[in-house]
Design a protein around this ligand. Structure first.
Ligand code: IPM
Ligand code: MG
Length: 357
């Protein structure tokens, strides 16, 4: 069966890192029997440039018709002045909502070869392997009503709504418990139940779902404490499940524990098993077009795509091992450069992974 993959290079370094992912997919097709049909479309600033919309209708239609979407990155300073609904980020949020990608898996894994690159002491982060399960289509990102309005006294006020239905909490909780069951069996649900009613309900529903998972040890933590614990003793965590905005914030902190945000992939899944895969770093406009960007997070996103949307855990592992191999060889892009290691560009790094594979 031929799997349809939609490639969305996006903006900034997006096209450069996606070019390396294409090399990898080509080799997987040629030498590993992977059967995929690749299509490409514009999104983000590129969507705006091509069709006046950060998420052109045609792009969304192609995404809906694909088994998996591979995204580079969106955003750039040239789009900062656009009205909110035309900004590149809207393209990303539109894909999440349009495909119903409610479950965002963000692993934070420290490659032993990069332990020195973390800003935390090596013994604090050595062996780190956390999975953050972030709810992605609800909460304050999408809650209504929202806006900026003028009060009676003539001053303006901005407002957003943080709302979660029991059904939304339950389905993300199930993804998190299933994930924890396949890993080390520990799940920490992060909320703000000491202040927010929505968190009170969150905690209640997660606890109830937990009764179906006796093999998973569930704990709860307030988000402020979780932020502190992540930098104090991150290895206490196995799987973390949390709301959209808390997950946005905590996943950046977790990423930095691993030394480079340039190393981390992500998967966003819906109920039909479709997924969107992207590196968690952004479009890095400051280095765009220079051939310096680290393609490893994108190549590892291809591994997640193989695992979660194409059912090819075998190939996913091989890609992950190939990445480990090039790190062992001493190859580094500028963002993970270390004394005594060889600094290479985007294309050389991609070539090395393909060769290792
Ligand atoms: C992320 C990003 C996005 C988010 C932005 C670009 C809209 O920060 O994927 O973490 O806030 O979700
Ligand atoms: Mg973020």
């Amino acid at each position: 069966m031929t799997h349809k993959i939609l490639i969305l290079p996006g903006d900034g370094i997006g096209p450069e890192i996606i070019a390396e992912a294409r090399k990898l997919l080509d080799v997987l097709q040629r030498d590993f029997g992977l059967d995929v049909e690749l299509r490409e479309a514009p999104v983000g600033g590129a969507g705006y440039d091509a069709a006046g919309q950060p998420l052109p209708d045609e792009t969304l239609a192609l995404a809906r018709d694909s088994d998996a979407v591979l995204l580079g990155a969106v955003g750039g300073p040239q789009y900062d002045g656009l009205p909110r609904e035309l900004r590149p980020e809207r393209g990303l949020l539109g894909l999440r909502a349009g495909l119903g990608l409610f479950a965002n898996l963000r692993p934070a894994i420290l490659y032993p070869q990069l332990a020195e690159a973390s800003t935390l002491r090596p013994e604090v982060v050595a062996g780190l392997d956390i999975m953050i399960v972030r709810e992605l289509t609800g909460g304050i990102y999408f809650g209504q009503p929202r806006g900026i309005r003028t009060r009676e006294d003539g001053l303006r006020e901005g407002f957003n709504t943080l709302v979660y239905g029991e059904d939304e909490i339950e389905r993300i909780a199930r993804v998190a418990f299933d994930t924890a069951r396949r890993r080390n069996g520990r799940l920490c649900s992060v909320d703000k139940a000491n202040v927010l009613e929505v968190s009170e309900l969150w905690r209640e529903v997660v606890t109830r779902v937990g009764q179906d998972y006796s093999e998973v040890a569930l704990s709860h933590m307030y988000v402020d404490n979780a932020a502190m614990q992540l930098v104090r003793a991150p290895k206490q965590f196995d799987v973390i499940v949390t709301k959209n905005m808390f997950g946005d914030i905590l996943s950046d902190a977790a990423a930095m524990l691993t030394g480079s945000i340039g190393m981390l992939p992500s998967a966003s899944l819906n109920e039909r098993g479709q997924g969107m895969y992207e590196p968690i770093h952004g479009s890095a406009p400051d280095i765009a077009g220079q051939g310096k960007a680290n393609p490893l997070a994108t190549l590892l996103s291809v591994a997640m795509l193989l695992r979660h949307s194409l059912g090819r855990d075998d190939l996913a592992r091989q890609v992950e091992q190939a990445v480990g191999h090039v790190l062992d060889q001493g190859l580094r892009t500028a963002d993970i450069a270390q004394p005594g290691k060889q600094v290479v560009g985007t294309a050389e790094m991609g070539d090395a992974v393909v060769a290792a594979l």
